[in-house]
Write a protein that binds this ligand. Structure first.
Ligand code: HEC
Length: 251
């Protein structure tokens, strides 16, 4: 800062201070009014548009597709950008490392950007990085909105040798949330059901598979697998053929 500038600043500051008002009670009083209006607005909204209590939670549900609220779509999409052999890599990158780098950058901005210029169009770096972050978030949110809604875990099952009936069976498998208890190759939950990658090699037979799906305890006494009693005959058939093909035709 040049000497003349510094003096001009001191003069302006002293003048402003001389005619200024003290923080208490003036500023406090204004804050109080604004805060009351804001809280009142929330109250009015709560009375006018109450949020009801939703359905009771059903922990046994198999068709629930977990999706974040829209304002978390950017994180949801960020997860998909990072791929790794280790399933934890994307989670650590997208929910810890990247957001924390951005937060730290935000915190140190006043120490990096020491310029006195306050007009935004004279600060191209600040302007560009700010816009990049905003557009990045908007882009990821939009991508999250458009992402196909499906059984996120099961949709990645890749098998070779699938014929039309195998495909149909896989669809029934995905639609019924079988992946929440079973794994095929490395997609799905590791338990409580057994890994089904080589189910066909057990040679249970189509009949047995359909029986088991309709009432698991009838073929596997004490089974904790839920009964899938409401599929159509075609769906039982497709699913059973699919299961019997696992590890034999479909691998
Ligand atoms: C709530 C968890 C759960 C869900 C959901 C589930 N299963 Fe199971 N499944 C199990 C358990 C536990 C077993 C082991 C006991 C048994 O064999 O019934 C099992 C066993 C199996 C077996 C092995 C039978 C054998 O011994 O050869 C097959 C095949 C199977 N499930 C298919 C399916 C299909 C297809 C779906 C979706 C329509 C499904 N499961 C959904 C828990 C589940």
């Amino acid at each position: 800062m040049k000497k003349s500038e510094r003096e001009a600043y001191r003069r302006d500051y002293a003048a402003a201070k001389a005619q200024g008002k003290p923080f208490f009670p003036y500023a406090v009083y204004k804050d109080l009014i604004v805060a009351s209006v804001a809280i009142g607005f929330v109250f009015v909204l709560a009375i006018w548009q109450p949020i009801g209590i939703g359905e009771p939670i059903n922990p046994a549900t198999t068709d629930f597709v977990p999706r974040p609220e829209w304002y978390f779509f950017f994180l949801f999409e960020l997860l998909k950008i990072f791929k790794g052999d280790n399933a934890l890599t994307p989670v650590i990158m997208a929910t810890f490392i990247v957001p924390n780098i951005l937060m730290v950058l935000l915190l140190v901005t006043p120490f990096i950007d020491r310029g006195r210029e306050r007009r935004i169009w004279r600060r191209p770096i600040a302007l560009t990085s700010g816009l990049l972050v905003i557009f990045g978030l908007a882009y990821l949110t939009q991508a999250g909105l458009e992402a196909p809604v499906g059984q996120a875990g099961a949709a990645g099952i890749e098998l070779e040798g699938l014929d039309a009936q195998g495909e149909a069976g896989l669809e029934v498998y995905i639609a019924n949330g079988c992946s929440s208890c079973h794994m095929i190759k490395d997609v799905g939950a590791p338990g409580p059901g057994p890994n089904l990658t080589d189910e066909g090699a057990k040679n249970r037979g189509i009949e047995w598979q359909i029986e088991h799906l309709k009432d698991p305890t009838s073929t596997s006494p004490g089974s904790s697998m839920p009964a899938f009693a409401n599929l159509t005959d075609q769906q039982y058939d497709d699913l059973a053929v699919f299961l019997e093909g696992l590890g034999t035709e479909y691998r």
